[in-house]
Design a binder for this molecule. Structure first.
Ligand code: F6P
Length: 344
């Protein structure tokens, strides 16, 4: 078989580990691996190149993706779907490695056009259903936690409030997990919007009980909300991508200004941004990505089209792509409560 492979959406530590594992398994069984360059854009433009043994040498610990990526949506490109199907004529199957958007396209192409596609779930946001975890999340949490640890010491020296903005468009997994691990004093996420006044109250309470610094972790998708008024989401929106998602950024700055005004404490902000996506994956993510890549290749060889590799408990198992993209996996109330237990 000739098996195509693409990486789509935001890059994520562990993509290369998936490519390496899937390629190794395919090669060992006598199949060919073909890299599609630049995600779905590569499929619409027919840009491919073989993945040989030398292409995957040494890539296990490397961040990013050797196949490049894009946020192209073939369903919103004129003639995009037809072009994808034409590129597919040169392949027997496709492994799509991506998040809700990339896998959403894969699921649709499978359902509507019978595409021989298998998925692998990636995103540092960890917001995909059908899998307990996505690879890349552990690395991003580790980076954010280390940043929070470092900010603690400087916050303490200067008696400051430190706001740390982390990624997470619709789901606060990164904020909650790094907030718990880093001992944040308040964690603000899109799922359970807290007013800025309540956040200030929690900080005042902490300072009244003898502490003179605080750490606030905020998801980029948290809507700045005043008790008296509505959310301020519009001011955070910069742009829309091909999937209609808002491009976020800047909520940390606004929050810091409001907290300084409401509490009177000197406040600084650190936006971690793409630092959370860059660099080498943790050992956990390398192993998870490797397990996903191996299963994806097996699913291809078994002709299990429309399926994805997912983590359920300790096992990596096949899951229908349709299940993965049906609804975003957001932070449940009882998990947020673990962070809340340390607020203020
Ligand atoms: O989907 C992953 C993600 O990192 C989000 O957390 C973030 O909102 C978005 O990608 C940023 O996208 P870009 O790299 O295109 O700015």
């Amino acid at each position: 078989m000739k098996v195509g492979m693409l990486t789509g959406g935001g890059d994520c530590p562990g993509l290369n580990a998936v490519i390496r594992a899937a390629t190794r398994r395919l090669h060992d069984a006598g199949h060919e691996a073909i890299g599609v360059i630049g995600g779905w854009r590569g499929m619409t433009e027919g840009v491919t190149r073989p993945i040989d043994r030398s292409a995957i040498a040494g890539i296990l610990p490397r961040g990013g993706t050797i196949l490049k990526t894009s946020r192209t949506n073939p369903f919103s490109v004129d003639g995009g779907v037809g072009a994808v199907l034409r590129t597919m004529e040169g392949m027997d199957a496709l492994i799509a490695i991506g998040g809700e958007d990339t896998l959403g396209v894969a699921a649709r192409l499978h359902a509507e056009h019978g595409l021989h596609v298998v998925g692998v779930p990636k995103t540092i946001d960890n917001d995909l259903s059908g899998t307990d975890l996505t690879f890349g999340f552990d690395t991003a949490v580790t980076i954010a936690t280390e940043a929070i640890d470092r900010l603690h010491t400087t916050a303490e020296s200067h008696n400051r409030v430190m706001v740390v903005e982390v990624m997470g468009r619709h789901a606060g997994w990164l904020a909650v997990q790094s907030g718990i691990a880093g001992g944040a004093d308040v964690v603000l996420i899109p799922e359970f919007p807290m007013s800025v006044e309540r956040c200030a109250e929690l900080i005042n309470h902490r300072h009244a009980s003898g502490r003179d610094f605080s750490i606030v972790v905020v998801s980029e998708g948290w809507p700045l909300t005043h008790e008296a008024g509505s959310g301020d989401m519009a001011t955070q929106v910069k742009d829309l991508d091909a999937f209609g998602h808002v491009r976020l950024g800047g909520i940390g700055e606004q929050l810091a200004r409001e907290l300084e005004r409401l509490t009177g404490f000197e406040t600084r902000v650190t936006t971690l941004g793409h630092l959370q996506r860059g660099g080498t994956p943790t050992a956990f993510d390398r192993v998870l990505a490797t397990r996903f890549g191996l299963l994806a290749a097996t699913l291809v060889m078994d002709g299990e089209w429309g399926m994805m590799a997912g983590l359920k408990g300790a096992d990596v198992v096949p899951v229908p792509l349709s299940e993965a993209v049906a609804a975003l996996k957001t932070v449940p109330r009882d998990y947020y409560a673990l962070a809340e237990a340390f607020f203020g």
